[in-house]
Design a protein. Sequence first.
Length: 134
Amino acid sequence: MDADSEVNACLDIIAEFSTQLNEQNDTPFDITYNDDPTDHEIEIIRKQMQQWVKLNKLDQRIFKLFRNTIKYGDQVFVRDPETFEMFWVDMSKVVRVIVNENEGKRPEQYIIRDINPNFQNLTVAAKTTTDFMV
């Protein structure tokens, strides 16, 4: 699908217009509230959102993430439980998705092969021969 130049350009244009930075909170996300929040609540949520975006480098990664979501329909990340950083997983490495059909086919578990976290560029790469050396 991406080999067609027109489809490639369309995916780029859609992703570019959909991932513009929000001028109010300097993140690629808009925040909407159900009730009227206080100024203090707005400030806390804005700072937490900025920290989360900075931690996961979403200001740099959001374009590719959004474009690949349009292209493949899903994106898989492995989250570090200590630092809460998200590591991107190539969709070709996702072998199976276990769903709960009682709750409308909601994914519960992803089976990923060849998992090897790369902490420098926040990806999960395939295992290499050096991973098996003692």
